[in-house]
Design a binder for this molecule. Structure first.
Ligand SMILES: [Zn+2]
Length: 473
């Protein structure tokens, strides 16, 4: 066993209970009245929480050190580098210690992407259509290739490596309707030991015949995948109906029954992304009160459900999201690329948890930083603001909270899994020049959020193991 100490600037976000665990009373009682002067927790910044009623605190340590145990792959502790280094230097008879010097770099928790389609990496940036034509003309054509195990395996491998090159260590992912597409993804993720969520896509109507699987067979496929992969290592299964248009009422109802028979399996689908889509659902389900009511009626809603988009919702639908605890995943680059519409982030967060995601291949980048940059612009068009702290909280701890994974990942609290990224804030000439003009941490983080992308990711560590290093590092 080796203890790895990563010396760097550290930035992460704490929940109220994390903060209580970290601080004042304990330390004040320990008779260190000067604690306030060394506290690295920012108690003045107000962030919109993903979990209603909770307060979120940024914590930044300029001369930080993150301690990782390479046997458990977990975080041991973090703090000021001086304290940490002297503690481990004096630890006689303790395991070997290796210090990694990244003092000019920023270390953050690994990014989390809550909605992305791995097979669509092969048709990202396909020209000229809005949602329904884009699905028919590009997406379904590409997804039809995933009956071939070699295509599924090679694409899963390529996609996961791309995620890591973008600093993303966990994701909620769509496969295709071929069970082997989900299996291939899990096999590769399991090998890398990344914490991932996926499932075979359920479709039995309004899609090309080779992609349709009859309702009962498709649910049996999902059941088999759950039996084989759910909570095996770091893998989780999501029941994955594509959306209300491509599943029969029977398929949706069976999916709902399967979902309610478990207390930890996820469910993911799409909701109210595009006006034509909403109108089509209304036509298919004329007796329902709206799009979300179809899912509610089929038993698909709940705290473990994540619905991508949710742009066009009525007040009763927002209330239904709140009542059921159903989460929304906001996909900025996708909404702009397909011309879908402008998502109101603060409004939706006032009703339920909202995570942020890429939605590749309608999204145009796997970088969560690029995604935040577009999220900022979408809010600007609606006179809303999105601060760097809000954005960076959301793609780390916030997304973990939305996916109920915040007991495992999302920040540097002791015993969490050591998924993190080493970020070079001066990775390009422009960034270096612009950073030299900044006067505060907030300003630097905002520049990072607007100009950063895969080029700033120097290294990505998954459960304590380095899985990506940039060519420059
Ligand atoms: Zn999607």
């Amino acid at each position: 066993m080796t203890i790895h100490i990563y010396q760097a600037r550290l930035l992460h976000y704490l929940s109220e209970s994390d903060r209580t665990e970290r601080t004042p009373s304990k330390i004040a009682n320990a008779n260190q009245p000067d604690y306030a002067q060394v506290s690295t927790i920012d108690q003045s910044t107000t962030l919109l929480p993903v979990t209603a009623g909770e307060r979120i605190y940024p914590e930044y340590i300029a001369d930080g050190a993150l301690v990782v145990d390479d046997v458990t792959g977990r975080i041991v502790e973090y703090g000021h580098s001086k304290t940490i280094l002297s503690k481990y230097a004096n630890a006689e008879g303790k395991p070997a210690v290796k210090v990694h010097d990244h003092r000019d770099k920023l270390i953050m928790p690994g990014f989390i992407d809550t909605h992305v389609h791995y097979p669509q990496i092969d048709m990202i940036a396909a020209y000229g259509e809005q949602l329904l034509d884009w699905l028919n003309n590009y997406t379904f054509v590409t997804e039809a290739n995933f009956g071939d195990p070699k295509v599924a395996h090679d694409t899963a491998q390529f996609f996961l490596n791309q995620l890591l090159a973008n600093g993303t260590t966990s994701a909620m992912v769509f496969a295709t309707s071929h069970p082997l597409s989900a299996e291939a993804f899990f096999a590769e993720s399991h090998r890398l030991n990344t914490r991932m969520i996926t499932g075979n896509v359920l479709m039995d109507q309004n899609a090309p015949e080779p992609l349709c699987v009859p309702a009962e067979q498709s649910i049996r496929d999902t059941q088999n995948i759950i039996d084989k992969w759910h909570e095996r290592g770091r893998q989780h299964v999501a029941i994955t109906p594509r959306f209300a248009i491509t599943s029969s009422p029977e398929q949706l109802r069976l999916a709902g029954e399967l979902y309610t028979s478990y207390d930890s399996v996820y469910l993911q689908t799409h909701l109210a992304e595009n006006r034509d889509e909403v109108a089509f659902v209304q036509q298919l389900y004329p007796n329902h009160k709206g799009y979300l009511d179809v899912y509610d009626d089929m038993g698909l809603l709940g705290r473990r459900t994540t619905l991508a988009h949710g742009i066009y919702l009525e007040t009763p639908e927002y209330e239904c999201l709140r009542e059921t605890g159903t989460q929304i995943s906001h996909c900025p680059t996708s909404n702009l690329f397909l011309g879908s519409g402008l998502f109101d982030l603060p409004k939706t967060l006032s009703y339920t948890g909202v995570s942020i995601a890429t939605d590749v291949g309608a999204g145009t980048s796997l970088s969560m930083l690029t995604t935040l940059s577009e999220a900022y612009k979408i809010q600007q068009l609606q006179s809303n603001q999105l601060s760097a702290h809000q954005g960076l909280y959301q793609i780390t701890l916030g997304n973990a909270q939305s996916l109920l994974l915040d007991d495992k990942i999302g920040n540097f609290m002791p015993n969490k899994e050591a998924d993190f990224v080493v970020i070079d804030m001066k990775a390009t000439e422009l960034l270096e020049r612009r950073m030299a003009q900044t006067k505060s941490l907030e300003e630097q983080l905002f520049v990072l959020m607007m100009l950063g992308d895969d080029r700033v990711i120097e290294q990505t560590v998954v459960a304590g193991v380095s899985r990506y290093r940039s060519a420059a590092s």
